[in-house]
Design a protein around this ligand. Structure first.
Ligand SMILES: Nc1nc2c(c(=O)[nH]1)N[C@H]1C(S)=C(S)[C@@H](COP(=O)(O)O)O[C@H]1N2
Ligand SMILES: [Mo]
Length: 316
């Protein structure tokens, strides 16, 4: 059922009281009903954290595209302390379980911990968005859903910079004026959230990423781009997808400066990857050879997230 797990963490998750995440691929189990899933939660908690006194409570569930669903439970170890349990299903197969371990939680998992290797999950050649059709498992809606998992940060423009550093020849710090002076372009694109909604057309104005790349000159070894936002949100993007002609640091949406809710003063827009890679209120971009989980990647979401390949969750 479970052979190995990964231990991971992310700074945004720690803000939410999560010390670490134990992420375990599960050899496919067939499930038909929520009570069955709940039974498996008991078995899986016992497998990974044996002997903990526990009471399992259902929290919530939701579809992720047409093919996947996410089911959240709580495994109480005392009256008020619980492990978060996230179950990922593909159709009627239970394929992954993640335990969110809260601060101050004492027990260690009794499983082999290995190192997650993102290269195994990114062997497929990236596929571009097909403009005429909705991507697999997505439905078009009219108005983007606003997400701010760590809240909407307060912005003080006199103190705001976009920092670009890491394994680069020219670490750089740009103000909003500097970004405009680099030259902005207009782009109309579709946008796709991993939960299954898409927007057919959004008009963005911003700096194409390749222009920033020319400026900072990442070294040859760079493979990943780790993005940090003012709210503490983080995500990771393959360098190849980041340095793509359609990727931009957007400053305007639909002809106006970005709304605060949509990431003012600057957000990333990478149309061919799921929306969680398009970090809002972006403040720092780090070029690195090393893979690091961001907020959602630490919760089992895919290192790349190519929309046409339906890379919703990690596979290995
Ligand atoms: N800082 C930050 N950026 C974020 C998020 C977030 O919660 N915080 N949510 C992501 C997700 S999951 C999606 S789908 C898009 C949604 O963009 P919107 O809120 O502008 O519609 O923002 C992404 N960028
Ligand atoms: Mo999303």
């Amino acid at each position: 059922m479970i052979h190995q797990c990964y231990e991971t963490a992310s700074k945004g998750l720690s803000v939410k009281g999560v010390l670490k995440v134990i992420d375990c691929p599960v050899e496919e189990l067939e499930v038909k009903t929520l009570p069955e899933i709940r039974n498996y939660v008991e078995i899986l908690v016992e497998r990974v954290f044996p002997g903990l006194r526990k009471r399992i409570e259902f929290d919530s569930n939701e579809p992720i595209g047409y093919t996947h669903s996410l089911h959240r439970f709580r495994a109480f170890v005392s009256d008020d302390k619980y492990l978060g349990v996230r179950i990922v299903l593909r159709s009627n197969r239970l394929i992954r379980v993640l335990f969110t371990v809260p601060n101050g939680f004492e027990s260690e998992p009794l499983v082999t911990l290995s190192r997650y290797d993102p290269s195994r999950d990114t062997v497929d050649t990236p596929v571009e968005i097909e403009r005429s059709l909705a991507p697999p498992g997505q439905v078009y809606i009219d108005i983007p859903v606003v997400y701010a998992i760590l809240g909407v940060p307060r912005i003080d423009l006199s103190n705001w910079f976009l920092e670009l550093n890491g394994e680069v020849d020219k670490p750089t710090r740009l103000t909003l004026v500097d970004l405009y002076e680099l030259g902005v372009v207009d782009m109309t694109t579709s946008f796709h959230c991993v939960t299954g909604w898409s927007i057919r057309r959004l008009d963005f104005t911003g700096v194409p990423v390749p222009r920033l790349i020319q400026l900072v000159k990442p070294r040859e070894e760079v493979r990943w781009v780790y993005v940090e936002s003012l709210d503490g949100y983080t995500t990771i993007v393959p360098y190849e997808d980041f340095n793509h002609e359609e990727s931009m640091i957007a400053l305007e949406m639909n002809g106006k400066p970005l709304d605060t809710l949509h990431g003012y003063p600057a957000r990333l827009v990478i149309p061919r990857l799921y929306g969680w890679k398009s970090a809002k209120w972006v403040s720092k971009i780090v070029f690195t050879r090393k893979y690091i989980d961001g907020y959602w990647e630490a919760l089992g979401y895919h290192p790349r997230g190519n929309v046409m390949l339906e890379e919703r969750f990690k596979k290995s």
